[in-house]
Design a protein around this ligand. Structure first.
Ligand SMILES: Nc1ncnc2c1ncn2[C@@H]1O[C@H](COP(=O)(O)OP(=O)(O)OP(=O)(O)O)[C@@H](O)[C@H]1O
Ligand SMILES: [Mg+2]
Length: 266
């Protein structure tokens, strides 16, 4: 996208961002522009900093350097302003985070009860609409333990959508799902993005499931963005580092943490 894209067309912009965890720099020199309405896949090996990048968007992690702008404003540090911004970001985390002693409908209603003063019948109506949107119209009275992994992920998706956030971020939305459930989730993410006019950022190492729905892809490795372009450009890459990741090869230019590798091979 061109550098003079009008600010209202940009959902997320990172400018020369550095992200540290403790004394360690996880990512540096990160420049990223996410146009409104687009789906961006954030790819990269385990431990490369994908979740860390998301934490900077939600204000959970304050950058050590650089600027992070989300939905037209710099991510605020003041608690109140930050909470306000977060209402505009729907987050789907790997673990679903459903409350086990609430029904599906009560789980989806939770953000509406917490953040709005809407009357009960309106909330019930909104919950029914969100469940319908994820294909679970009749599941409202079930408890999370009664759901398959794919259904639970869709309930978590409905809950993330509850406040109609313009920006959705997904952290490993396919983890633990079989290929069919994965296909259902990816096509839901794509359809919701288009029908509701959302912007979506999908963090994943499921390259082949995610690229078909993505408009843009970035690959992070070795503490920086090593690829940024369209899915077609990614598939045509000859960069040895990116190829190593795409092919899942253990040896190559991507440096793996030795401690982690010896644990994995133990
Ligand atoms: N809260 C934290 N405190 C300290 N270090 C952290 C924290 N979260 C992540 N890290 C470190 O930052 C690095 C990047 O982690 P991150 O979770 O962002 O990777 P990831 O790309 O999301 O990996 P995965 O694909 O396994 O989820 C790792 O070395 C991790 O140990
Ligand atoms: Mg992660």
């Amino acid at each position: 996208m061109s550098p003079d894209t009008p600010p209202q067309d940009i959902a997320v912009r990172l400018t020369d961002v550095r992200l540290d965890r403790g004394t360690r720099t996880v990512l540096s020199g990160i420049d990223l522009t996410v146009p409104r309405g687009s789906i961006t896949a954030v790819l990269g090996p385990s431990g490369s900093g994908k979740s860390t990048l998301l934490a900077a968007l939600t204000g959970e992690l304050v950058p050590a350097a650089g600027q992070v702008e989300v939905l037209g404003q710099a991510v605020p540090q003041r608690q109140r302003a930050l909470l306000e911004l977060r209402k505009g970001i729907g987050v789907l985390l790997q673990g679903n985070g459903l409350l086990t002693d609430l029904t599906v409908a009560e789980n989806v209603a939770l953000p509406l009860r917490t953040h709005t003063k809407l009357p009960r019948p309106v909330i019930d109506r909104l919950v029914a609409m969100k469940l319908h949107a994820v294909g679970l119209r009749t599941a409202g009275d079930l408890y999370p333990r009664e759901l398959s992994g794919g259904m639970a992920r869709r309930v978590a998706l409905a809950r993330a959508l509850a406040l109609d956030p313009p920006l959705m971020v997904y952290d490993e939305p396919l983890t633990g799902l079989d290929p069919i459930a994965s296909g259902v989730i990816m096509s839901l993410i794509s359809r919701l993005n288009d029908s509701l006019g959302l912007t979506s950022i999908i963090v994943t190492h499921h390259v082949h499931e995610t690229l078909p729905v993505a408009d843009r892809a970035i690959v992070i490795a070795n503490g920086r963005i090593v690829f940024s372009g369209t899915p077609a450009e990614l598939e045509a890459t000859t960069d040895p580092l990116v190829l190593q990741f795409l092919r899942g090869e253990p040896d190559g230019p991507i440096a793996f943490d030795t401690a982690e590798r010896s644990r994995e091979t133990a």
